[in-house]
Design a protein around this ligand. Structure first.
Ligand code: ATP
Length: 220
C-alpha cells in the first residue's frame, strides 16, 4: 500500500531512507535547510524542498500533519532534532521516527512522543561486533535487553538433515523458529516436519542467552 513519508534532514541517513522508500514505490517529501542536500535528492524524491523545519509555520503550510510517517533525520543539531520532533508530534503525525545521537537524546525523543527512536551508528556497531564475534549470526536485532531475534546459519552436523520436531529448539533452547531460508526460498512460520539443511539460515526469537547458546553449538 502506498503511503506518504516526509524525511526531514538529508544527511547520509535521511538521504538513504529517501532513496529506499522511493525504491519501494512510496511518496516521499524530502526537506533540508541546505539547498545542496535538497538538490542531491531532487530527482529521486516525489518532492524536495529547502526549508527550516524548526519553523512551525513552514511545517504547517506543508501540511505535515497529513503525512503517514515523518522521519526526523537531523543528527548533530540535537536541539533542532528535538524541536522538530515536538512540532511534528503536535501537528498530529501518527508515526514519527527520530534519529538519536546518544542515549540521553534517545530518552528525550521517546518522552516527547517519537514512536521509533533509531541510533544508526550505535545499532550498526552492535551488529558488526556480534557478526565479528559470531560469524554464524548473520543478523541480530535486540528486541529489548533480554530478548533477541537473530538469523543463524546452520553449519553443525548435529543440526542439519533434521526436522524442526527432531531439533526441538523450543524445548532445548527456549527458542522459537520463525523462518527458514534455504538459498533464496524462505519458509515463514515453518512446520514441525520442515527439514533444516546445511547452510540454511534460520530466524529465531528468544532470550539473548539462548541465541548465544545456539551459536556456540554451531561453532563448537
Ligand atoms: P548523517 O549522519 O545522516 O550523514 P550529517 O552528519 O551530514 O548527517 P546532521 O547534522 O546529522 O548532518 O544533519 C542532517 C541534515 O539535517 C543536514 O543535511 C542538515 O542540513 C539538516 N538540517 C539540520 N537542521 C535542519 C533544520 N532545522 N531544518 C531542515 N534540515 C536541517
Amino acid at each position: 500500500m502506498k503511503q506518504n513519508f516526509a524525511v526531514i534532514g538529508l544527511g547520509r541517513f535521511g538521504n538513504s531512507i529517501c532513496r529506499e522508500l522511493v525504491n519501494e514505490h512510496q511518496d516521499v517529501l524530502a526537506i533540508d535547510i541546505d539547498e545542496t542536500r535538497v538538490n542531491a535528492i531532487a530527482d529521486v524524491a516525489t518532492q524536495a524542498i529547502v526549508a527550516n523545519a524548526q519553523d512551525e509555520e513552514t511545517l504547517r503550510s506543508l501540511e505535515i500533519g497529513k503525512f503517514d510517517h515523518v522521519i526526523v533525520a537531523i543528527g548533530k543539531n540535537i536541539q533542532a532534532n528535538i524541536l522538530v520532533t515536538l512540532i511534528v508530534k503536535e501537528l498530529g503525525v501518527p508515526d514519527i521516527t527520530a534519529k538519536a545521537e546518544n542515549d540521553t537524546h534517545a530518552r528525550v525523543l521517546s518522552r516527547i512522543g517519537a514512536d521509533h527512536v533509531v541510533h544508526p551508528e550505535r545499532d550498526m556497531g552492535i551488529r558488526v561486533a556480534h557478526h565479528l564475534l559470531s560469524p554464524n549470526i548473520l543478523n541480530y536485532l535486540a528486541i529489548n535487553d533480554d530478548v533477541t531475534m537473530a538469523e543463524v546459519k546452520i553449519t553443525s552436523p548435529d543440526f542439519f538433515g533434521k526436522s524442526l520436531n527432531e531439533l526441538n529448539f523450543h524445548q532445548r533452547f527456549g527458542l522459537t523458529v520463525i523462518a527458514i531460508q534455504h538459498g533464496n526460498d524462505v519458509t515463514v512460520s515453518p512446520a514441525g516436519n520442515d527439514i533444516v539443511q546445511l547452510n540454511d539460515e534460520i530466524s529465531v526469537v528468544g532470550s539473548t542467552k539462548a541465541v548465544d547458546e545456539l551459536n556456540d553449538r554451531m561453532t563448537n
